[in-house]
Each structure stands twice: as structure tokens, then as C-alpha cells.
Write a protein that binds this ligand. Sequence first.
Ligand code: ADE
Ligand code: ZN
Length: 326
Amino acid sequence: SDIHSWLAVMPKAELHLHIDGSLQASRLLQLAAKNGVAIPYDSVESVQAAYEFEDLQSFLDLYYLGASVLRDEDDFYWLMRDYLDKCREQKIVHTEIMVEPQTYLPYGVGIHTVMAGFKRAIAEAKAEWGQSALMMLSLLRHLSEDEALAMLEMAEPFRDDFVAIGLASSEMGHPPSKFKTLYETARSRGYKLVAHAGEEGPPEYIWEAIQLLGVDRIDHGVRCVEDPALVAHLVHKQIPLTVCPLSNVRLCVFDRMQDHNLLNMLEQGLCVTVNSDDPTYFGGFMNENFSALADALALSREQAKQLAANSFRASFLPDDIKAQYL
Ligand code: ADE
Ligand code: ZN
């Protein structure tokens, strides 16, 4: 069969997905109207016309505007429900979802509202469809470490709902070293640890995430190739990289998909995975990311199988469950 339809039914896990990055334009407009939030868009087409970015920050400005329309438990339920419906369509049999409760605090929306909606959608997907989903508490690096620590405390009632903590948002000028105490605290509480590093930032930020924060996985990490010693370390330790091809092209990390280094990294023995990051904003969920690799880089079925196997191996599922997918 044709590679695209084959990729579409290949069982896969997603390990790098910001739930706010899955907000559909139609849902954004609906919730803005319902909640009386003024936004500078009046149609799905006008929202989608804004999906034109020159770097990470230009995207984040729109991403946080989108997140500002969410207010009550049902809003969070539908955000999560829409994404989990997509997972079912795309054979994403396991997903690890980044939740960023700090984003909603300025609008008077607390973590209890957020989590009530998200947990209801996930519980329903598990019960009705046997879907597998874990949540990660992602902290915003443009804010202070004290604010991240305060959120870690607010999340204590939901300790069992978060498998890991992560670090996202504006990378440049906010190195991993800024969050050493946060990661020490989270580690002592048994959280798995991930962090965005080496998306726009230099290889030094990846070293810091590994050596100062002790992360289990690196989100993005594509700039590791600039430092051969770092590549050797990542290969030796098999530290997974959650790479997001469409995201990298849309945010101009690479000019074109043909220039993306994902398959080179895979062939160098790095534990690379494919992910969508912010699928509605970047023009594709998991299958569109795999298809783009097939079109631009002639991804083979063997490479696709390796990438899918890596996604389960690098997941935070318990070993016995993981084994069922490998
Ligand atoms: N938040 C949502 N998407 C992100 C990305 N690609 N990098 C950093 N922070 C993000
Ligand atoms: Zn991301």
C-alpha cells in the first residue's frame, strides 16, 4: 500500500504535545464568543491566516492569545476531548500531554478547574475507547523560578495525575540553569523530568538540561548536532529527543522540510521520536508529520517503525505496559 496510508494506521505514541497547541480555530472562536473574550479574528479563515510565524516568540504570542479564551471546566474538557478524538483517528495509542496551568492564572482560572475538565475527558477516553494518556506539568520558562515552584505546590493535590514536569515557552535568555531548584524539588517528589532545549537555543542549553537538571528526555534537541561530544553523549546514554518536524519548519528552525536533520540524527543512533508539538498551529497532527518526512526525506517503512518503537521505548509507561507495544 501507499506509504501515507500505511503510516496513518501504524500504532504510535506522541510524547511532545502542548494541549493548548491543539486548540482548533473553530473552538477558539466558539469559546471566545461564549466567554466574552475579545480577539482580533472573526472567522476560521482569519485565525488560520495568522498561522504564519517567523520564530518561536511570534508563535507564542498567538498561542497564549488562543489559551486566553478558556475559562470553565467544560472548556478544558472540550480542548482535551478534541485532541483525544484526533489520537483515535490517527492511531496514537498512547500520548503524553503537556499541561501549562500557569497560562490561565492571569484570567482567574485555577488548576482545579483546568484539571477537572482534562481528567474527565481522559477518563472517558480510557473507559470508552481504551485510550492511554498521561499528563505532564509543563512550567513556563519566561516566568520566574519562584512562580514555577509556586505552581508545583498548587499541583500537589494532582500529584498522581502528572507523570513528569517539563519546561517550555521562550527559550533564548531562559537557560535550564534558571530552574535548578525546581528540578531538584520535582525529582525529590518522584516526577520524571523533561525540558525543551536546543530548539532555538544552543547545545549548551542541552548540556545544562542533562547535567544540571538531570532530564530523562529532551524536547526538540535538534541543535545537538552542532556539538559532536554532545551527540556522542546522547547516543551513549540513549537520552530520547522528542523532535517535531512541522513545528521546526513553521518556526523557521529549518528553512524547508528537506533540510530537516531528523533522519540524520536517527541514522547516527540517537533515540529520536516524531511529535506534533502544537498541531493546529503548525498544520498537522502526528500523521501529517510522518507524511511530511516521507515526502521530503523519503522516510522508509523501516525508519518509521524505528521511530514508532522509539516513541514507546522513550515513554513514561511502566515497563510491563511498554513491552506490549514493542
Ligand atoms: N510552547 C508551545 N510550543 C512550544 C515550543 N515549540 N517551544 C517552546 N515552548 C512551546
Ligand atoms: Zn514544545
